[in-house]
Design a protein around this ligand. Structure first.
Ligand code: NAD
Length: 258
């Protein structure tokens, strides 16, 4: 029943084979979606090469640089979608950034610059990409972002990223309210801790994973592909009545009190 054939899906946030965005991309592909992939460009073209090698077998019909701090690259991405696809059905926002020094120690020492950077890249980008996607989602659509429990609980070391994710989850609700009349649904997945490039910057990430393995009802954390499966569901017609929600894909950890 889960069928995304004929759907154009733009995926942001693949850095390597551990990326949650890569798990999502594989499941969208398995469900038949036509893929577009963006990567974060760097001076040496390192990311471009790595991401291209990874996604090439899935034959994405768009492969574009998109640093969400760069207005021109965002514009160029959505111009390319307009020209090549004519319409967009699915937008996956699967990216975040905070300076490493803001992901450990005292939250009260977060710098103004560090705060602005984390919120701009990790939170504002969802608003901006959704605004750019809106006119292209002419047949309705689904926008999905990735959050973490640190949005609603104080998690050691998560610090400024918790504030960014709280803003992200609020943005999901405001965007869902605005875009609903156009049949564009906006949801988030709150994933359990997974070892990735981004999560390795969070102080004590391995301890977090071990804690989840002991406490979560399923006695383990989740995989990128499990997050990808839930993402495919939230992007498909199977979830047509769901918008503005944060779905926990965390082996049940969130329900536990002790
Ligand atoms: N790994 C976890 O434990 C976990 C848990 C819950 C939520 N998340 C969220 O999942 C999402 C993906 O992270 P991940 O863990 O897969 O790590 P990752 O490092 O694989 O992905 C993060 C991505 O963000 C991209 N990025 C950073 N700055 C950018 C910018 N300025 N413009 C464009 N892209 C930029 C990076 O290129 C990278 O592809 C993030 O929102 C993260 O907060 C991760």
């Amino acid at each position: 029943m889960l069928n995304l054939s004929g759907k154009n899906a733009l995926v942001t946030g693949i850095a390597n084979s551990r990326s949650i965005a890569w798990g999502i991309t594989q499941q969208l592909h398995a469900a038949g979606a036509n893929l577009g992939v963006t990567y974060l460009p760097d001076d040496k073209g390192k990311f471009e090469k790595k991401v291209l090698e990874l996604v090439e077998p899935l034959e994405p019909s768009l492969f574009l640089p998109c640093n969400v701090e760069n207005e021109e690259q965002i514009q160029a991405t959505f111009d390319a979608i307009q020209q090549k696809w004519g319409k967009l059905d699915i937008l996956i926002h699967c990216l975040a950034f905070a300076n490493k020094e803001d992901l450990s120690g005292d939250f009260s020492q977060t710098s103004r610059l560090g705060f602005n950077k984390a919120l701009e890249v990790s939170t504002y980008s969802l608003i901006q990409l959704s605004g750019a996607a809106k006119p292209l989602m002419t047949e309705g659509g689904s926008i999905l972002t990735l959050s973490y429990l640190g949005a609603v609980r104080a998690i050691p070391n998560y610090n400024v990223m918790g504030v960014a994710k709280a803003g992200l989850e609020a943005s999901v609700r405001y965007l869902a309210a605005e875009l609903g009349p156009q049949n564009i649904r906006v949801n988030g997945i709150s994933a359990g801790p997974i070892r990735t490039l981004a999560s390795s910057a969070v102080g004590g990430i391995l301890d977090m994973i071990h804690h989840v393995e002991q406490v979560a009802p399923l006695k383990r954390t989740v995989t990128q592909l499990e997050v990808g499966s839930a993402a495919a569901f939230l992007c498909s017609d199977l979830s047509s009545g769901i918008t503005g929600q944060i779905l926990y894909v965390d082996a049940g950890y969130e329900i536990m009190g002790m």
